[in-house]
Design a protein around this ligand. Structure first.
Ligand code: ADP
Ligand code: MG
Length: 635
C-alpha cells in the first residue's frame, strides 16, 4: 500500500488555520474584514480574556441567506471571486474563502445572520471542525460571529500566546488601524466589559485619529492630498515634532486595506528627512487609491503584504504627497546643521526620487517660544542647566540611544594627525598608578578651566595637556554610573512632579506598559493608567525634564517590546542609558564656571572610563608637544 494519503477535511483545515489564524488578533482581523466587505456601517467587537475565551463581532452588513450560511464554513467557499481573472482586480478585503473555515477548525464557532429582505435569520454552530448545525433564528439584518475557546483543538498554538492583555493589545491595534482605514464606518471595541474604542463613522479621519491616538496627535496632524495618474494619496501626517521611537503609528492603506510596507515607510521617512532626528519615526495615516490591477494582494496568507506593479511610482507619489503636506507645516523648528568640524554625522541629503519643481522651498518659519511649563523637581538636581534663550533651538542629538555609533564618526574631524591625539583613557592607564599614592588619593584633581567653546565643550588645562571635555557625554556617563549603582541597590532616587505628565500610547505600547509597569517602577518611575490609552507619570528618576518624559517612556517601552520582553541585564543598561541621556546636560548649553567645575571634578574622579554610555569619548587631549608642532615651534 502506498504511503501517501490525502488528509481528511478536519486535518487540512487545521493546517490551513495555522497560517491564517495565528492569534486572537488574526481572528478579529478576518471577522472585521468580512463585516466591512458586507457593507457594514456599524461594527461592534467584544472580547474577553485577550480574545482567547471569547470574541464577538457584530455587524449591520447585508448578512447571509440560509443557502450562503450553509456554505460559508467550507474551505475556499467565497462570494467575492469566481474566476482566476477576478484575482487580478480584487476590490474586497477577503477573497480566499479560508477564514471562517479556519476559525471553525480551531474554536467553538457560532454565527447568527439574516440577509436583507428575509424574515428569518439562521443560527449556525460548529465545534472545532465537527459537523455544522443549522437552525432558524430571530436576529437583526447583519451578522454576528462568536468565537469561543480559540485553539481548543490545537493546544500547541496556545503555548505561543502571550498574556491576555498583550493579546488584547494586538486586537486593539488591529481595531485602531481598521478604524483609521474607514472613518465612514463606526467601530466600537469592548474589552472585558469596558469600552476601549469608539468611532462615530461620520467620515472624519481627524476625529478617528483623536479616538485612536488622542488629542495631541490629532492636533499635530496635517492633511495630505495628492493625485498623479492612477494613484491618489490622502490622509494625515503628523508634525515632525511628534516623531515616535518606533513605527507603530505609521498606517498605510491600499484601497482601504491595511498593509505593512517597508517601501512606503521609507518614502514617508525620506520626506521627513532633516525634520526628524535619526532613530525617530513619523506618525501617519495614509490611504492610497490605486487601480486594483496595479497591486497584487495575493502574496501572503494574512494579506498584510502586497506587491505593486510599479513600486517606483508608489514611492514617488507617497514621497511627494508627504513632502508637500509638510512644506505647509508652520511649526518646524529650525534645525541647525552641525558645524563642519562637528563630531556628528551630517544628515542633509537630497531625496532620491525628487523633482524639486513640485515643492516650493519656503524660508524656515520663526521658531515658536517654548510654551510648555517646565517640571519643577522637588529636589534640586546637582547640575542646574540654563534653558536655551528663546529663539535658540538646541541642536538635537543625532545619535539615537539604542544605536551606538562607532568612533570613526567621532575622531575624524579634529585633525588629520590623529596619531597625535592621545585619548584621555590611554593616558590615565599609564599615569594613574604612580599618582595614586595613599597621600594624594583624596586630593581634588588639579586643573584649570580655560572656558567653554560652542556651548558644548569645556577646555581644561591639566597635567601639561589641553583637554576638551564633551559636557553632554560627560554628564551622561556620570548619570548612568549613578543610576546603575542606585538600580543595583534598588534605590533609584526619584523626584515627584508637581503636575503629572500624561503620555498617549498606542494599544500595543499600552499592553506592554500594563505587563511591565513594575520594570518602570524599578527604574524610578511612578505611573498609572490614565484613560484608555494614556499613562500619567507622577514620579521620575531625578534630573529629567517634563518635555522629555513622553519620548523616554516610549523609548523604554519600545526597548522592552523589541527585546521580546526579556528583561536582561543588557536591556536594563540600555534603559538606564536612555534615562541618563535625557537627564544629562545637553550640547549647546552655556555653563557657569561652578557648573563646569562640579562636572569636571566628577569626571576626573571616574577612573578608567572615558566614554559615554554610547561609546563616544568624553574627553580628548592635546599634548603640549602636539600643539607646538602645529605652530611649527618644534619639528
Ligand atoms: P472570504 O472573506 O475570503 O470570502 P471567509 O471565509 O472570510 O472568506 O468568508 C466566506 C464567505 O462568508 C464570504 O465570502 C461571505 O460571503 C460570507 N461572510 C462571511 N462573513 C460575513 C459577514 N459578516 N456578512 C456577510 N457575509 C459574510
Ligand atoms: Mg473573509
Amino acid at each position: 500500500m502506498g504511503r501517501i494519503r490525502v488528509l481528511d477535511k478536519a486535518v487540512s483545515n487545521m493546517i490551513a488555520a495555522g497560517e491564517v489564524v495565528e492569534r486572537p488578533a488574526s481572528v478579529v482581523k478576518e471577522l472585521l474584514e468580512n463585516a466591512m466587505d458586507a457593507g457594514a456601517k456599524h461594527i461592534v467587537v467584544e472580547i474577553k480574556a485577550g480574545g482567547i475565551s471569547y470574541i464577538r463581532v457584530a455587524d449591520d452588513g447585508y448578512g447571509m441567506s440560509r443557502e450562503d450560511a450553509e456554505t460559508c464554513l467550507v474551505r475556499h467557499a467565497t462570494s467575492k471571486i469566481f474566476t482566476a481573472e477576478d484575482l487580478e482586480g480584487i476590490e474586497t478585503l477577503g477573497f480566499r474563502g479560508e477564514a471562517l473555515a479556519s476559525i471553525a477548525a480551531v474554536s467553538r464557532l457560532e454565527i447568527y445572520t439574516r440577509a436583507q429582505g428575509e424574515d428569518l435569520g439562521t443560527h449556525l454552530s460548529a465545534d472545532c471542525g465537527e459537523e455544522v448545525e443549522l437552525s432558524d433564528a430571530g436576529c437583526p439584518v447583519g451578522t454576528t460571529v462568536i468565537v469561543r475557546d480559540l485553539f481548543c483543538s490545537t493546544p500547541a498554538r496556545m503555548k505561543f500566546l502571550k498574556k491576555d492583555f498583550t493579546e488584547a493589545g494586538y486586537i486593539a491595534d488591529i481595531l485602531n488601524r481598521l478604524a483609521l482605514s474607514h472613518p465612514d464606518i463606526s467601530f466600537k471595541f469592548i474589552n472585558n466589559g469596558k469600552e476601549a474604542l469608539f468611532t462615530s463613522g461620520d467620515g472624519d479621519l481627524s476625529a478617528c485619529v483623536y479616538a485612536v491616538y488622542g488629542k495631541e496627535m490629532k492636533e499635530a496632524m496635517r492633511p495630505v492630498s495628492f493625485c498623479e495618474d492612477e494613484v491618489a494619496v490622502s490622509g494625515l501626517v503628523a508634525s515632525g515634532l511628534m516623531a515616535r521611537p518606533n513605527r507603530n503609528m505609521q498606517n498605510f492603506f491600499i484601497n482601504g486595506r491595511y498593509v505593512k510596507s517597508a517601501m512606503l515607510a521609507h518614502a514617508v521617512e525620506e520626506a521627513y528627512k532633516n525634520e526628524i532626528m535619526v532613530g525617530k519615526f513619523p506618525a501617519c495615516v495614509l490611504s492610497l487609491s490605486v487601480n486594483p490591477k496595479m497591486v497584487d494582494i495575493n502574496v501572503h496568507p494574512t494579506k498584510l503584504e502586497v506587491k505593486f506593479a510599479d513600486e517606483k511610482q508608489m514611492y514617488h507619489c507617497v514621497y511627494w504627497a508627504v513632502k508637500n503636506a509638510l512644506t505647509q507645516e508652520t511649526r518646524i523648528p529650525e534645525v541647525q546643521t552641525p558645524p563642519k568640524t562637528s563630531v556628528f554625522p551630517a544628515v542633509v541629503e537630497k531625496p532620491k526620487v525628487a523633482e524639486p519643481i513640485r515643492v516650493e522651498a519656503k524660508p524656515a518659519p520663526k521658531i515658536p517660544e517654548e510654551t510648555k511649563p517646565e517640571m519643577k523637581p522637588m529636589k534640586k538636581p546637582s547640575f542646574s542647566m540654563r534653558e536655551p534663550t528663546a529663539g535658540v533651538w538646541p541642536i538635537p542629538e543625532l545619535i539615537p540611544p539604542e544605536l551606538p555609533k562607532t568612533e570613526e564618526k567621532i575622531a575624524e574631524p579634529i585633525t588629520n594627525e590623529e596619531a597625535e591625539i592621545i585619548l584621555f583613557e590611554e593616558k590615565k592607564e599609564t599615569v594613574q598608578p604612580e599618582r595614586e599614592s595613599e597621600e594624594t588619593k583624596d586630593e581634588a584633581p588639579v586643573y584649570q578651566i580655560c572656558g567653554q567653546v560652542f556651548d558644548t565643550y569645556i577646555i581644561v588645562e591639566k597635567d601639561g595637556e589641553m583637554l576638551l571635555v564633551d559636557q553632554h557625554a560627560a554628564h551622561e556617563r556620570l548619570r548612568y554610573e549613578e543610576l546603575l549603582s542606585q538600580y543595583r541597590n534598588r534605590s533609584i532616587v526619584s523626584q515627584t512632579m508637581l503636575i503629572p505628565a500624561v503620555v498617549n500610547l498606542s494599544a500595543q505600547e499600552m499592553a506592554t506598559y500594563r505587563e511591565y509597569r513594575e520594570t518602570l517602577d524599578a527604574l524610578g518611575f511612578e505611573t498609572e493608567e490614565f484613560g484608555k490609552q494614556s499613562v500619567a507619570i507622577r514620579m521620575t528618576p531625578e534630573e529629567l525634564a517634563e518635555r522629555d518624559l513622553g519620548e523616554l517612556l516610549l523609548e523604554i517601552l519600545t526597548m522592552i517590546a523589541n527585546s521580546r520582553k526579556n528583561i536582561s541585564e543588557d536591556l536594563v543598561s540600555r534603559m538606564l542609558y536612555s534615562i541618563a541621556c535625557k537627564g544629562a546636560i545637553k550640547a549647546n548649553h552655556r555653563l557657569h564656571e561652578e557648573e563646569m567645575k562640579a562636572l569636571l571634578d566628577a569626571v576626573f574622579s571616574l577612573s578608567g572610563i572615558n566614554t559615554c554610555p554610547h561609546g563616544r569619548p568624553i574627553t580628548i587631549s592635546f599634548t603640549k608637544t602636539f600643539i607646538e608642532k602645529q605652530f611649527k615651534r618644534i619639528v
